[in-house]
Design a binder for this molecule. Sequence first.
Ligand SMILES: NC(=O)C1=CN([C@@H]2O[C@H](COP(=O)(O)OP(=O)(O)OC[C@H]3O[C@@H](n4cnc5c(N)ncnc54)[C@H](O)[C@@H]3O)[C@@H](O)[C@H]2O)C=CC1
Ligand SMILES: CC(C)CC(=O)C(=O)O
Length: 367
Amino acid sequence: MELFKYMEKYDYEQLLFCQDKESGLKAIIAIHDTTLGPALGGTRMWMYNSEEEAIEDALRLARGMTYKNAAAGLNLGGGKTVIIGDPRKDKNEAMFRAFGRFIQGLNGRYITAEDVGTTVADMDIIYQETDYVTGISPEFGSSGNPSPATAYGVYRGMKAAAKEAFGSDSLEGKVIAVQGVGNVAYHLCRHLHEEGAQLIVTDINKEAVQRAVEEFGAKAVDPNDIYGVDCDIFAPCALGGIINDQTIPQLKAKVIAGSANNQLKEPRHGDIIHEMGIVYAPDYVINAGGVINVADELYGYNRERAMKKIEQIYDNIEKVFAIAKRDGIPTYQAADRLAEERIETMRKSRSQFLQNGHHILSRRRGR
Ligand SMILES: NC(=O)C1=CN([C@@H]2O[C@H](COP(=O)(O)OP(=O)(O)OC[C@H]3O[C@@H](n4cnc5c(N)ncnc54)[C@H](O)[C@@H]3O)[C@@H](O)[C@H]2O)C=CC1
Ligand SMILES: CC(C)CC(=O)C(=O)O
């Protein structure tokens, strides 16, 4: 990949490589856009096949956070970190302390939180070195694990998508196929089960599947079979890129609504499902509950206030559908339009000069 060419194409601000030999830390921090505020996005720890794959993931996820935070109405920009390694074997305290110091060095331009492969305990270690971390333990007055909040937002957004597709937002009796029943989807399944939905689940982790079968009466299928099951709603809650040339022809669902980031392998896959009449709730709009929850820590965490904002994911999804209809475009493009319009408006409104402590004029005053 020609890095600067790619960064220029999508207008990235900064890409940082952080290495600490002693602890084995190899982290890549990508900051996409800070027009709305400091870049907030989680840290993913994953066994990448190559450094190039890790860089690409960091860049794609960081840009997704710019759009997610903008569409959610947060005063935050977009960034993300990936740490190269096996989260089950390669973690150690020194690694997250070293990472915390690198974040501190950015002086607030980037704020981190959990993502796939990292936990509240990891964030607590990072917190030893920097204030620019969220999703830390409630014992510190913080919001803790963001997954239940993400799940609640996906549940709310799924109801809005059901209303669009079926004329009612009730999920009672709906057959919902859930791909991946990890941290987010476990809580999502609980909401769906409580509302009377019938669940079909899959996961490469057999224990996670067993838990969903036992607790929610879910039917289990093999990972490769989830795309083609007879269902009303498909909820991708594992990894990205799963709406692609191989999976689309298998889909029977009328709605796609799940927590995974970067669900469309390429934008054209969003066009194809649109032409098929599938109602797609764009990933970064529906899965913003976690970031809304951790962002509230920056104001002094108030769970009630955060949950109220997460409820609004229902309205945000409706807003996306309205833009799609107004402009005759697929919903993934409508979501981009919603986010880009907000960023542009704020960029323009900031063009007026405002004196602050760091401006050259402050130095002249001291003479
Ligand atoms: N945790 C959060 O608050 C947020 C998570 N997300 C996204 O939601 C997705 C899920 O996140 P978490 O639940 O936190 O992660 P997780 O790692 O707890 O759960 C993912 C689950 O997917 C399973 N999985 C992986 N590959 C699979 C495959 N090929 N087929 C079936 N199952 C597979 C894993 O075994 C795991 O149980 C990720 O894409 C993440 O980026 C997005 C926003 C916030
Ligand atoms: C708090 C995190 C869940 C934010 C993030 O990285 C995401 O929403 O993907």
